[in-house]
Design a protein around this ligand. Structure first.
Ligand code: KG4
Ligand code: ZN
Length: 345
């Protein structure tokens, strides 16, 4: 049986559309188009919701057209339209939902609202041969959580951040250190030249045995450490900048490794036949974090799965893929589908 689905994603600062096809249980990404709005927000040091919403509204139709053209598929040959219906910045989510509703109304195709987090959480099964249940660590600019993925529609959250997401902390750190946005790659580059032990930065919540994390105290400690070494003209020497970046990245890596170890304890207690830790989100691109998680998994005899970065960060192929699961169950939404800024799994 062949099923072809159009996916649409616009919940943060990427406008994306993709066509995914499932044929006899095998899935192929026929196209995946992503317009990254990064340059529009760079000057503001973070995503500006109004700018994001306008840019999504401007780009989304073009993005869908390109995804269909690149896949060589006409809309009428698709079996359904899947769209991120939340959680996310409401203006952006609305752009995607309105676009998908318009296409569904015009063609009569089923409309499938997808939870953005479910899209990320199911990605390892799009790229790798991974069985349920697996442990997912989602670490992005907006999210940070451990999920045990029991099934395509059954997720158990066993912990996460109680304040900032790791990507947000990397971005704020870059701002504090005068490094460019997006902060993650800039901090990682600076950290490569620095001494991670020069500044004693905290590892918050490691005294607690749960899987919850907190990064706002780390940011405040970094601010104090920076102010202590700032030159008279309020700048940082290159070596101070590198040491602060390295100290921050080391603290973040230690926290993620220690909390992942606890999450693995809870997960492995379920006796999965082949234990898997999968990661998603932009922060999963970080070399130090990846290395720490790879090492932890080797120690625990757990398979580590990291999808290619283009599928770890926001994209519409993951939304189409999550939509396929609902389509297979004969499940869809009607044109009253609403956009949800908050939508826990
Ligand atoms: O998943 P993503 O593209 O977007 C969402 O937030 O949904 O993640 C973007 C985040 C940004 O905060 C960025 O600074 C961070 O991922 N990031 C990194 C690295 N590359 C991107 N953080 C640490 N190290 C990196 N190499
Ligand atoms: Zn995301």
């Amino acid at each position: 049986m062949t099923r072809t689905i159009l996916g649409i994603e616009s919940s943060c600062d990427d406008t994306a559309a993709a066509v995914v096809r499932q044929l006899d249980g095998k899935t192929a990404i026929l196209s995946s188009i992503v317009f990254d709005q990064g340059v529009l927000h760079a000057a503001f040091g973070g995503v500006v919701p109004e700018i994001a919403a306008r840019a999504h509204a401007e780009k989304i139709d073009h993005c869908v057209e390109q995804a269909l053209a690149q896949a060589g598929v006409a809309l009428r040959d698709c079996d359904a339209i899947a769209v991120t219906a939340g959680p996310g910045l409401i203006g952006g989510v609305l752009s995607g939902v309105m676009c998908a509703k318009g296409l569904a109304a015009a063609t009569g195709l089923p409309l499938i609202g997808v939870n953005h987090l479910a899209g990320h959480a199911l990605t390892p099964r799009l790229t790798d041969d991974v069985n349920f249940p697996y442990l997912m660590l989602l670490v992005s600019g907006g999210h940070c959580q451990f999920l045990i993925v029991h099934d395509a529609d059954r997720f158990k959250r066993i912990g996460g951040t109680i304040d900032d997401a790791p990507g947000e902390a990397f971005d704020k750190t870059a701002r504090l250190l005068g490094l460019p946005q997006p902060g993650g790659p800039a901090v990682e580059r600076a950290a490569a030249q620095g001494d991670p032990n020069r500044f004693a930065l905290p590892r918050p919540l490691l005294d607690r045995t749960d899987c919850d994390m907190s990064f706002s105290g780390l940011k405040t400690a970094l601010l104090r450490a920076r102010d202590g070494v700032m030159t008279a003209d309020l700048s940082l020497t290159a070596s101070d900048q590198a040491d602060l970046a390295a100290g921050f990245q080391a603290a973040m890596t230690d926290v993620l490794r220690a909390k992942t170890a606890r999450a693995l304890d809870l997960y492995v207690a379920l006796s999965p036949t082949e234990p898997v830790l999968a990661v998603a989100g932009g922060v999963a691109a970080n070399g130090a974090i990846r290395a720490a998680l790879t090492d932890l998994c080797a120690e625990r005899d757990v398979r580590f799965v990291a999808p290619p970065l283009s599928l770890c960060t926001d994209n519409a192929a993951m939304i189409a893929f999550a939509g396929l699961h609902r389509l297979a169950r004969g499940d869809s939404d009607d044109l009253t589908l609403s956009a949800r800024p908050r939508w826990p799994l």
